[in-house]
Design a protein. Structure first.
Length: 302
């Protein structure tokens, strides 16, 4: 007899969440297999954070079925929370405690056996590169250190699944790179990661699979490379010039049926490789996930 495959880390079927007349999540179907980094990409208001809150039972779905690590939510939400790690968008650390104290408290909350707690705290500090700051109170840590401590706190009990809600929001580029390295190491270690973000580069560089959310639904899903090829093509031509010239190019692109978008002080014409020598003069570059996102949603991410 062939053993049955383990359940997916996350299964959402026709999930709806309404707040009065506002539908924040609209018949959402989502499957996150084990052992990958899955990125939810979308602008503010797309439904990413509400989805995260549903998965942690901070919000209860209006309709639909939800399974996390084989547990049914909300009925088995307590057991699901004990098996997963959560890194929230907002910093909710106690600023009067040290890193070691915070991790020790959470080791107790997650029921790490007493004899194993010191080793669990040490391991979490090492993962977050905070060993040298173990006895520093939180108020004296930099923003990047605090964010790494939030990640360490979510990993104290060796969860099989980690939810990352906008993990690098508000961080400068250097600190963001540090967090990317940490997230990539978790994926390499076999941890399943569900990461919501509105940083396109973050999704493109870290996620094995990306789902683009808009108005509470997933409107496209695939690897970053698949999404780029399917929705933006291989090449883009960016044309720079004064506003009147760019407006004329946009009007011409509309007449010709070319996919295009404003890209800062330029107009980007997508699928330039298909224009058979008719492409406008400009700077050619490879298409990227931002091009695909705008083609899908019609929105820039701010």
């Amino acid at each position: 007899m062939v053993p049955s495959a383990p359940p997916a880390a996350i299964e959402l079927r026709s999930v709806v969440k309404r707040f009065g007349e506002l539908t924040a999540v609209d018949h959402l179907d989502l499957t996150v297999p084990n052992g990958i980094c899955f990125g939810l990409l979308g602008p503010n208001g797309a439904g990413k954070s509400t989805t995260m809150r549903i998965l942690t039972a901070q919000a209860i779905a209006t309709e639909g079925s939800i399974s996390v690590l084989g547990y049914q939510l909300p009925e088995e939400s307590k057991a699901a929370r004990m098996a997963m790690g959560v890194v929230p968008q907002l910093d909710n650390l106690d600023v009067e405690l040290t890193c070691r104290q915070i991790l020790t408290v959470f080791a107790r909350l997650y029921r790490v056996p007493g004899p194993d707690r010191a080793a669990a705290v040490h391991r979490a500090l090492e993962i977050a590169n905070l060993t040298g700051r173990a006895d520093t109170i939180v108020r004296e840590l930099s923003g990047g250190m605090r964010r790494r401590l939030l990640v360490a706190r979510g990993l104290i009990h060796r969860p099989r699944l980690v939810l990352l809600d906008e993990p690098t929001v508000g961080l400068d580029p250097q600190v963001r790179q540090e967090l990317w390295t940490l997230i990539d190491a978790l994926r390499a270690d076999g941890v399943t990661l569900l990461m919501s973000t509105h940083y396109i580069e973050e999704a493109e560089r870290l996620a094995d699979t990306v789902a683009v959310m808009s108005a509470g639904r997933i409107i496209a899903q695939g690897t970053p490379a698949e999404l780029v090829l399917d929705h933006a093509g291989r090449e883009v031509v960016e044309v720079y010039g004064p506003p009147a010239q760019l407006a004329e190019l946009e009007a011409d692109a509309e007449r010709r049926g070319w996919r295009h978008r404003r890209s800062g002080p330029a107009v980007a014409v997508l699928r330039a490789e298909q224009l058979d020598g008719n492409a406008p003069d400009g700077v050619r570059r490879p298409a990227n996930l931002e091009d695909a996102f705008v083609a899908l949603t019609g929105q820039e991410i701010e």
